[in-house]
Every structure is written in C-alpha cells, then in structure tokens.
Design a protein. Sequence first.
Length: 308
Amino acid sequence: MSLIVVGSMAFDDIETPFGKSNRIIGGAATYIALAASQFIRPVNQISVVGYDYPQEELAELERFGVNLEGVQIKKDRKSFFWAGKYHMDMSARDTLVTELNVLSDFDPVIPESYQGAEFLMLGNLSPDVQLKVLDRLRERPRLIVMDTMNFWMDTALEALHRVVARVDVLLVNDAEARQLSGEFSLVRAARKILGEMGPKYLVIKKGEHGALLFHGNTVFCAPALPLEDVFDPTGAGDTFAGGFTGHVARTKDISFENLKTAIIVGSAMASFCVERFGTQRLREIQLSDIHTRIRQLADLVQFDIDFN
Ligand code: AMP
C-alpha cells in the first residue's frame, strides 16, 4: 500500500472576492498529500523547498503521515511562490506571479524506501521533473496518475507530451483539456487525448460542475456538491487528485469501476478544500466528515425513474 506524491510545495498569495491571503502555505503536493493522507499513510512526498519554508509546516505534514524523506531543503534558495486572483464568479482565475525559485532546477532524488511503490501521483510541477521521477523509479508503479496545468503547456509542451505518453490517468481541467487537444468539445478532446497521447483514462475537472472520467468509449460523471459558500478554489484540483489517488492506493483496485468511486471521493475532498482559504479546511476534517459528504454526493444523483 504505497503511494508516492510529487509536486510543488509553495507559498501562495490568493485574492478572491471574499478576501486576500498573504503568503500562505500551498503547492500542489501539499494539497495532494493532505487529502491522500485521509486514506493512506505514509504519503511518500517528493518536492523541494527553500530556507524560508517554516519548520512547523514540515512538522505538521509529518503529523498527517507525510514522509518527507524525499523533500529537499535548499538552504540558500527561496521556495516556489505563486500568486493568483479569482474573478467574481470564481470559475476563472488569473495567475499574477509564478516564481519558480527552488523549482527551477529541482533534481528529484528518490529515497530507497520509496522504490517499489505501487502508486504514483505526478502532481503539478515541471514535466522535466516528472520525467526524471519516472526514469528514476526502478519498477513501474501499477498506476501512474498525472496532473498538470496551462503554465507547463505554454512553457514545456514537448516534455509534457513525453510524460503524458507514460501515464495511465491524466487529470486536467476543462480549459487545459481544450488547450492540450485543440478541441473545444470535451468529448472530442477526450477522444484525441486517449486515442493519440497515451493515457488509458482521462479525468476532466469542471470545477463547480463536477468531473468526467473517460475510458475507451465510456464516460462517467461525478457531481460537485452545490455549496452555499465557496471561499477559495485554490488547490481544489490537487485535493481532488489526492482524494482520487488516496482512495485507489487504499483499495489497491485499479478497475474502471473503482476509478469511478475514486472520482466521487476526489469530488468530496475538493468540496472541503474550497470552504476556507488555502489548506485550512483540509487540516480540520475527519474521516466521518468525508463519509457524510460522500453520502450527500450519492443522494444528489440518486433517482428512481419510471419512464415508458
Ligand atoms: P490548483 O488550484 O489545484 O490548480 O492548484 C493551486 C496550487 O498549485 C497552488 O497552491 C500553487 O502553489 C500551485 N501552482 C501554481 N502554479 C504552479 C506551477 N506552475 N507549478 C507547480 N505548482 C503550481
């Protein structure tokens, strides 16, 4: 039951219509690990931070069962920094700043204890780093899941394609699926990505409209929970990824049926993430809260129909 998570660990400045945060803890791998740790421990983390990353935050991750052996601390460099601003309806955001800092030349080292992992979550960071991780694992994990974003499609498309070609599941949002495929229709985009680019499964996250799981000619849909208040969508995609891979790693079942369940779990986890700024909500929830939310999601789409 072993899971490796790769991704950024960051400081984020976030502005939403409800407020502004100043340099809070974020990063793809942070959200993924916090979400996945609800289902599987340890979460074997691979990332890099600078001298400015608070020791208490590393200790807090360890309390959540995150193994930091694969997290490098660069004593003379600054941590990755990202700033984003959401539009009024929060379905779109602008990236204001991306300072790669320690991420710019990150050379991941895989601790010996991580070798032989069954599950790999390649979270958002440079595709070159994602490739190095793939190359440095002696055995191919049973399931490799990858997340990415428009920044890397704009700056490193060729390397990104090389990673996509080697993964089993690609997670992207709707805009990224369109950008990667050049198709506006998400069904056509999925056909192109699955047919030509390598992955067997494609998950397209559609924010408040849920997520779609494509496999062959089949598509399955997970709703998003309609929430009264959405405070900060940052990290929702990564949290979804953490719930998805955490569930798969816990159950060790990589069937299509179980991946359907995994996108429901991912959707439930993402619904918590958006309720507070940054990672705050993910640090508060218990397994019982997750059970309740999964029930609510199931009730949302349960209906009897007698249509003749
Ligand atoms: P999400 O809202 O799920 O897309 O993820 C937001 C998180 O991704 C933030 O906490 C950022 O620190 C992190 N992030 C933003 N841009 C990048 C990037 N280019 N590479 C890696 N992580 C990033």
